[in-house]
Each structure stands twice: as C-alpha cells, then as structure tokens.
Design a protein around this ligand. Sequence first.
Ligand code: DGI
Ligand code: FE
Ligand code: FE
Length: 189
Amino acid sequence: MKRKKALKVAAEKLPKKRFKHSERVAETAVKMAEIFNADKEKCFLAGILHDYSKYDELSKMYQTVTTEKLDPELLQYKTEVLHGPIAAVKMKNKFDITDEEILNAIAHHTSGRKQMGIIEKIIFVADYIEPKRSQPGVDDIRDIVFGENNLDLAVYSITKANIRHLLNKDSTIYHKTLECLNYYNMARE
Ligand code: DGI
Ligand code: FE
Ligand code: FE
C-alpha cells in the first residue's frame, strides 16, 4: 500500500482526533527511522494504520480472535490490547498488506513483545511519545530516543510505566506485555 491510500483508509475509518494522532505517530516514526536506520515507508504505513481497529466492536474482535486462530489468551482482554492484533488481521485480509514488519508493528503496538523488530519497536515508542502526548515522564522517554538514541531502553521504560499503571488499577497483565518488560530489561545497556 502507498502512503496516499493508507491516509485515505485511516481517514475514512477513524474519528478526526484519532486520525490526527495516527498522523503524528507516522511522522514521529519516520523521524525515528532516520535515527535508527529503518525503512521510512514501512514506518509511515504502520504508524498511520496502527489504530485502525481502535473503535471496532468488542464482540466482533473476539470472533476474529477465534476465526483467525489468534492467541486465545486475548479473549481475557478488551479493546485496549485487542485493537493491535485485530488491526493487523484486517490489514492482511482486507487490504492485502503482506509485509510482516508492518503487520507485526501494528499487531504488537498495544502490548509490545520480546524480540521485536526495528519497525515494531519504533511504532511502539512513537505511539507513546508523539508530540501531543503529555503523560508524566514522557519527556524523559523523548530524551532517551532523540538524545541517547537508545531504543531498547525506551521500550523498557514505556513498558515499565504501562505495567505500573496497570497494576495500580489491578488490571491483568498480558503475557506478551510481561515478556516485553523482562526482555528489554535485559536488552537495555
Ligand atoms: O494510541 P492508543 O491506542 O491510545 O495507545 P495504545 O495502543 O498503546 O494503548 C494500549 C493500551 O493497552 C493501553 O491502555 C495499555 C493497555 N495494555 C497494554 N498491555 C496491557 C494492557 N492492558 C491490560 N489489561 N493488560 C496488559 O498487559
Ligand atoms: Fe493503539
Ligand atoms: Fe495509537
């Protein structure tokens, strides 16, 4: 898929605010691609499409988990975790995107996972640090990315903050989120 088509697909599916967020994620990801020597086109496409399924109906998402034989553990979670894996399935089935790097980046942007590829890591981080994000600590992550150029440390720091937040709400932690924490704790310098 080309940029123009991806912009159209996202603009027609998403509410304006979410589309604007997706544009900022795509732009941030392209900027990061320059620093980390990654494919800019793949970063743009994964960025603009990553939240495609954000507002899909939960019951339909669960159906897709079953029919597409996705990780059955996903049935324990809600849209927050599911919209990544579901969007990747839709991109493959509905829009014929076959590039595994793009599909993996979209699929795992919600949870992260161990041993992510470069595009996966960039989208995971760009989603957290795009310019309009204002969570506590986000400037520290921006500095880790654009100052220290340490992508693995950024993945670790984001996952740590996410898990802290989830534990404070007594949420259940998906195994890929936990594996992401442990893997990037070891991988960061
Ligand atoms: O741009 P957004 O779609 O808003 O941001 P996101 O796709 O990064 O949001 C992912 C959400 O998923 C975030 O609210 C935290 C949640 N999440 C990530 N890992 C887990 C999780 N939720 C639960 N319950 N368990 C997890 O392991
Ligand atoms: Fe998302
Ligand atoms: Fe997002």
